[in-house]
Design a protein around this ligand. Sequence first.
Ligand code: BTN
Length: 275
Amino acid sequence: MFDRRKTEPDVLTKEKISSRLTTKWMAHEIVYLQTCVSTNLDAKELLDKGSLNGTLVIAEEQTGGRGRRGRSWESPPGHCIYMTLGLKPDIETDKASMLTLIMAYATAKAIHKVTGLNAQIKWPNDIVLNGKKVCGILTEMNLEQTSIKSVVTGIGINVNQTEFKEEIKDTATSLLLEGGKSVSRADLIAWTMNYFEEAYEQFISVKNLSFLKEEYENLLANRNKEVRVLEPKGEYEGVALGISDTGELIVKRADGEAVFVYAGEVSVRGIYGYV
Ligand code: BTN
C-alpha cells in the first residue's frame, strides 16, 4: 500500500497540461484558476464572452461545486481534478446528453492509459473502480431561444484523495486508493482531452454514438447487471443490456419489454450495490 508521507504533492500547471496534449484544437485555450465557485459557471461565462469552442477551465478548488440532480460536489484543494470543457456544438438540443457519454468514455480511457486501472462507466455519468465512484460528470446546456448557445461538460475526478465525507465514504474512492500510487493530474487531464477530441469530431460528423457503441459497452459497468431505474414518475427493475445509437440505456424488464432510458433526471442503481 502507499505511504502518504512519501507521496510528493502533485503540482498542476497549465504548461504541464499543454505539453502533454496531442489535440488539434481541443483545450488549446486553458483557463487555470486557484479557486472558483464552479468551473461549469466559469466555462459558461467565458463562452458567453467569446471564448473558443474547446476552452478548458480547471480549478484547484471549488467553493460551490455542483453535482447532478441538484447535489453539491465537495471540491477541496490539492488532490483532485475539477475541470469543465466549454463547447459550441452544432447539434440539436436533444443530442447534448450524448456529450456526457462521450466524456465518460474519454475519461475511462484516460484513467486506464495513465494508471493501468480498469475504469468502468456507470451509465450515464459516473466512472467506477471496483464498484466505487471515482469520477462524476455534469453536462449543462445553455440555450439561445431554442438552439444551443453552449454546452459545458464538467468533470470531477478523485485522483490523490485519501479521505471522504461520512455520507460518501462507502461508495467513493480515488485513483490513489485503488492503484496504490500517486497519479499525475496533468497526464490525466491531457489524455482525457486527447481521447475526447477524437470521439467528439466523429460525433459531430454523424450526430450519434454508433461509432462508439461497441467500445462504450465494453466499458459499461451496468452491462448484463440487474438495475433499478428511478424516474421522476416512478421506478422499475430490469437487466441493463447496453446503449442505443443515441445513448439511451436499454433495460429489459421482467415482463420482457425493452425500455430505452433517457439520461435526463434519471438515476440507475444496482440491485445489490451502487453499480
Ligand atoms: C455528479 O456525479 O453528480 C457530477 C459531478 C460533477 C462535478 C464536476 S467538478 C467540475 C465541474 N464543476 C462543477 O461544479 N461540477 C463539475
